[in-house]
Design a protein around this ligand. Structure first.
Ligand SMILES: Cc1cc2nc3c(=O)[nH]c(=O)nc-3n(C[C@H](O)[C@H](O)[C@H](O)COP(=O)(O)O)c2cc1C
Length: 198
């Protein structure tokens, strides 16, 4: 079964390393026959306005339509001063239950050095409460990012190691997506008392 998977590259820089990794993972989703046409939201290339946004018909409307059809997500963030990128935190102010509720998501941390874990802890702590995105216990951290995932062939042992880990993580994501199929529709949020998480 081909899944509908959307990748969110959370850097606000144009031509970011996060977008590079997102494109690489999208190709792997196709190669592994998990997803025929992965969707990519690149917050550096087509940024969202800072919340509150005045135009409901702008870029967010396109993103929301894409996300509502998604079975699963890959959420990528660079580590900036030990934090998740502000563009991604802004994304989570826009995105709500209808786009993300009870959908499995693989977190991917990006670092040009040895970092990448802090922003994943941050997102696990603070991005899910109202939208109810379901982060997997599995996660991927791409360190020394400039040296890996640059072409079809791996550049060495570290590149090969992270590529194999990426394939494994995507396979796990697909299993969760199958197990949680339609959870978004199966759990009603019509009762306003429970519209927000505690
Ligand atoms: C403002 C800023 C702060 C950064 N802080 C960290 C950091 O705390 N830890 C880290 O490992 N890398 C840090 N980096 C390096 C990023 O990990 C690296 O530039 C990464 O490739 C950026 O991803 P991007 O191209 O997707 O934006 C920082 C980069 C920037 C621009």
């Amino acid at each position: 079964m081909s899944l509908n998977i959307v990748l969110v590259a959370g850097s606000s820089q144009a031509e970011s390393q996060s977008a590079k990794v997102a494109a690489f993972l999208a190709k792997r989703l196709q190669a592994l026959q998990l997803c025929t046409t992965p969707g990519i939201i690149d917050l550096g290339l087509a940024p969202l306005p800072l919340w509150p946004a005045s135009d409901d018909h702008g870029i967010w409307a396109d993103y929301a339509a894409l996300l509502r059809e998604a079975d699963a997500l890959v959420v990528l963030t660079p580590e900036w001063h030990g934090m998740a990128c502000p563009a991604l935190k802004n994304f989570f102010v826009h995105a709500g239950y209808r786009e993300l509720g009870h959908k499995p998501a693989l977190l991917v941390g990006i670092s040009s050095g040895q970092g990448g874990a802090y922003p994943l802890s941050e997102l696990r702590a603070s991005s899910y409460k109202n939208c109810r995105i379901c982060y997997l216990p599995e996660q991927l951290i791409v360190r020394q990012v400039e040296t890996v995932m640059n072409s079809t062939q791996s550049a060495g042992a570290e590149d090969l190691r992270i590529r194999r880990r990426a394939d494994w993580s995507l396979t796990v994501l697909a299993e969760y997506a199958r197990a949680l199929a339609n959870m978004n529709a199966r759990i009603s949020i019509d009762d306003p008392e429970f519209a927000n998480g505690m």
